[in-house]
Design a binder for this molecule. Structure first.
Ligand code: PHE
Length: 340
């Protein structure tokens, strides 16, 4: 038996002599100590040894097993240590390599104008309300005094998602949601995206609007005019005036188109104002009494005005952007030119 043990010890020594990786070491370990390994088999054969020799042979085998286990443990520690060092060496990072510089982004002109409008109107006591972009027919049209057969529906080519579900064509839809839920005095500003099935050099199927709504006792068209004058001065510069022209919207009566005096030529006439001295900037009017009634507000007690403007249009005018498509490309070289 001692001879056999010496042999095994020698073959273990041979086997582990050049071992480099823990994987090979594990394989060798299995060969001797695994369930069917050489040492385990010897242990199993112990029952064939004559009973009087069993204790001494058993002792030898146990010593062998312990010797083997310790040997493997020692080699394993050495290999693990070596492998870790190698891993660190391989993963070494060269901290002297210059970093990649991430370019700065920039605020979109729409964002700049939206924030500026909010700050101007917040200064006049308006609160911001954001309505949903997916609306139903009632909020986008019917409640705005635009029933199904109303010709004004043709003014706004609508994207329908389902029979009664659409992408809002105007932020005016939010007016109804506010008036249904809040009693006057109401003074809200409602920015957001709107959608119309329209796509050419000057129209995009998605654009942004800023809506305003004021409802209280004794509100008149003069209040609208006064507020618009303040808006025009703050956004386009001191000395800019406004003028109202008659217009039509189903949900306002009377309705007006609002022009500002040309801030480029001071009203003398130039290319920007096409020689007229005036630039159209928004639609507005006194809230139609039918709209108030539909929201449970008594039109004999309360009156109000509403206005709505295209944010892209204001941005183009204010920043002198001559091509609307630039606002939809997100090219940072373009965006970086504008500051609020
Ligand atoms: N909703 C109108 C449009 O999109 C603008 C508007 C808003 C007009 C509020 C009057 C009052 O054209």
């Amino acid at each position: 038996m001692q001879k056999k043990i010496d042999e095994i010890e020698k073959s273990i020594d041979d086997a582990v002599k050049d071992v480099q990786s823990s994987k090979t070491l594990q394989e060798i370990k299995m060969r001797f100590l695994g369930k069917t390994g050489e040492i385990s088999s010897l242990m199993k054969n112990l029952r064939d040894v004559p009973p009087e020799e069993r204790p001494s042979v058993g002792k030898l085998l146990n010593a062998l097993r312990q010797w083997t286990e310790e040997k493997f443990a020692a080699i394993e520690t050495r290999i693990k240590d070596f492998e870790l060092k190698k891993k660190y060496a391989d993963e070494k990072i060269d901290v002297t390599l210059p970093g990649r510089v991430a370019g700065d982004g920039a605020y979109h002109p729409n964002t700049l104008i939206r924030d500026e409008l909010i700050s101007v109107f917040a200064g006049m006591g308006f609160e911001v309300f954001e309505g949903p972009e997916i609306e139903n027919d009632y909020y986008n049209f019917t409640a705005l005094n635009t029933p199904a057969d109303h010709p004004a529906r043709d003014m706004q080519d609508t994207f329908y998602l389902a029979k009664d579900l659409l992408l809002r064509t105007q932020t005016s839809a939010g007016q109804i949601r506010v008036m249904e839920n809040k009693k006057p005095p109401i003074k809200i500003l409602s920015p957001g995206k709107v959608y119309r099935s329209d796509d050419d050099a000057t129209h995009s199927p998605m654009f942004s609007q800023m809506e305003g709504l004021v409802v209280d006792k004794g509100i008149t068209l003069c209040d609208l005019k006064g507020m618009l004058d303040e808006f025009a001065r703050k956004i386009f510069g001191d000395g800019v005036k406004t003028r109202l022209r008659p217009s039509y919207f189903p949900f306002t009566e009377p309705s007006v188109e609002v022009d500002v005096s040309c801030f480029e030529c001071g009203g003398k006439g130039c290319r920007l104002c096409k020689g007229t001295g005036w630039i159209e900037v928004l639609g507005a009017g006194m809230v139609n009494r039918r709209v108030l009634e539909g929201c449970g507000i008594d039109p004999d007690i309360y009156t109000g005005f509403a206005f709505g403007m295209g944010i892209e249009r204001i941005a183009m005018l204010k920043f002198g952007i001559n091509n609307m498509k630039l606002l939809f490309e997100g090219d940072v070289r373009f965006l970086k030119q504008f500051k609020g």
